[in-house]
Design a protein around this ligand. Structure first.
Ligand SMILES: [Zn+2]
Length: 193
């Protein structure tokens, strides 16, 4: 699956939305990649995860870790292709935590995966969590890097697709300046990402 295939999936599945969006990062944007439109479809999701898993074949990875919520699904299916286990990192009082008895051993080889990267905060939190166990991060897998590659990590990053999607601080948002209300998506809260 090449980057064009991934972006086509977003387009064809109507997962690429335009409007005025409040992202989880707190930033505002005129585009929103609703990854759950892809992840809710097992046949599509598994193609994505298979492609992501290929990046880590031969890496010696022993565990895949993803942040809630989309990261749970991706980590699980990537781990299935690699024949290893997956765990997920949940929101704690400050940063990410493992619950449900999840843990890592010192030196354990870990792949971190996530869906759509905007500011990289979720991935940074998972990196900090994994490092707190002194586990070894062999790489990071992303479905879509919407920072255009601007967000960097000190590990090999494999993004299935990269786009430069604009986002702004609330103070600098041109859509807010025009008084445009946030786009409501379905009946759900608009701020999910
Ligand atoms: Zn705005």
């Amino acid at each position: 699956m090449n980057p064009q295939d991934v972006l086509k999936l977003f387009k064809d599945s109507q997962a690429l939305l335009t409007g005025h969006f409040l992202l989880t990062s707190g930033r505002h944007s005129d585009v929103y990649y609703e990854k759950f439109t892809l992840l809710k479809n097992p046949a599509i999701c598994t193609r994505i995860c298979e492609a992501m898993a290929e990046s880590f074949r031969g890496s010696g990875a022993e565990t895949v870790v993803g942040p809630t919520t989309g990261g749970i699904i991706i980590a699980y299916d990537v781990a299935r292709y690699l024949g290893i286990e997956s765990i997920y990192a949940e929101q704690g009082d400050s940063g990410r935590v493992f619950k449900r008895g999840f843990s890592l051993e010192p030196g354990q080889k870990v792949v971190i995966v996530d869906d759509v990267l905007t500011t990289g905060k979720s991935v940074e939190e998972v990196i900090a969590l994994v490092n707190s166990y002194k586990a070894h991060i062999v790489g990071i897998g992303l479905l879509l890097d919407r920072s255009g590659g601007a967000v960097k990590f000190p590990y090999p990053v494999h993004s299935l697709a990269t786009v430069s999607a604009k986002s702004w601080d609330a103070k600098e948002c041109p859509l807010c300046a025009k008084g445009e209300p946030f786009t409501q998506r379905g009946s759900r809260k608009m701020s999910v990402s």
